[in-house]
Ligand binder design. Sequence first.
Ligand SMILES: NC(=O)C1=CN([C@@H]2O[C@H](COP(=O)(O)OP(=O)(O)OC[C@H]3O[C@@H](n4cnc5c(N)ncnc54)[C@H](O)[C@@H]3O)[C@@H](O)[C@H]2O)C=CC1
Ligand SMILES: CC(C)(CO)C(=O)C(=O)O
Length: 305
Amino acid sequence: MKIYVLGAGAIGSLFGGLLAEAGEDVILIGREPHVGAIKKKGLIIRGIVDTTVHVEAMTSVPRDRPDLIILSTKAYSTEEALKSAGEIVKGTWVLSIQNGIGNEERIIKFGGRAIGGITTNGVVMSEPGIIEWRGKGVTVIGLYPQGHDPFVEEVANTLERAGLETHVTENVQGWIWSKAIVNSAINTIGTILEIKNEIIMTNDYLLSIAMEVVKEGCKIALQNGIEFEVPPMELLFQTLEQTKENYNSMLQDIWRGKQTEIDYINGKIVEYAKAVNLDAPMNTLLWALVKAKEELKGNVWRKRK
Ligand SMILES: NC(=O)C1=CN([C@@H]2O[C@H](COP(=O)(O)OP(=O)(O)OC[C@H]3O[C@@H](n4cnc5c(N)ncnc54)[C@H](O)[C@@H]3O)[C@@H](O)[C@H]2O)C=CC1
Ligand SMILES: CC(C)(CO)C(=O)C(=O)O
């Protein structure tokens, strides 16, 4: 299968690297200095596996059409990345493995055939050209927003052959919302307090806040006609248990002085609340606190230490 990974950073390089190692025809499309390092020494994958993959990498999108584009930028870069891909998106299958709400809508807006996806694999780019696969998780994909297509099965089988456990669902929109609702609670609380996920589970005050945020998100989702395969409250406890040692990715973005994906998690939940005339006080407050933290970039609260 001819695959372009558009936004080859941590998670995209893992998917693209494993697919290339499994014999698929892969091009990683990313940014310097990561692309340059891959060209020089290959993509080094450490952690769950220890391997070096010699895979094609470039900073611009080729003009010839692939069978599949795997979209793996941060949610705030989706629009720009799809624009940079231009005409080849039209009529092409595009699988998003991103977090957040709205990525698939933008794939469709650019004429792509959207496959939604969520993954619980955990990857960090330790330096350009080197990624650390720290958590072996599962990936769920499906024709977006619901339904089925034989090509989705083909993609799932291709990912499985590459060593990425993958399941197919006929309600991928429900999975995307479930994960976003869990992220809306864990990522925000963990980021604001700068704590590991475990503390959210063991501290009664924080757990009750997380549960209230999940309840608010569920109400908004259901009012928007979203149906869940896995109840977000169940997924909240499962995720806290499975990722208790994590400092969540949003907090890691803040620590690196990077923009977070808050607008595409809590921000989108607030947007969908307004669409059905519901209030979203918890999501609104957490969204504002993380946005403030993004702007303050550590120049206030850190001085108190
Ligand atoms: N890292 C992880 O373990 C997981 C990440 N995710 C989600 O996957 C998405 C990506 O996350 P990461 O890989 O961690 O982020 P990342 O920042 O490591 O990778 C994104 C890459 O896209 C590149 N990029 C941005 N715009 C581009 C463009 N127009 N053309 C080419 N490259 C472009 C950036 O330079 C960056 O290297 C996010 O939505 C994240 O929430 C989901 C599950 C796990
Ligand atoms: C599941 C969780 C919360 C793990 O930390 C995650 O998805 C993240 O960090 O973004």
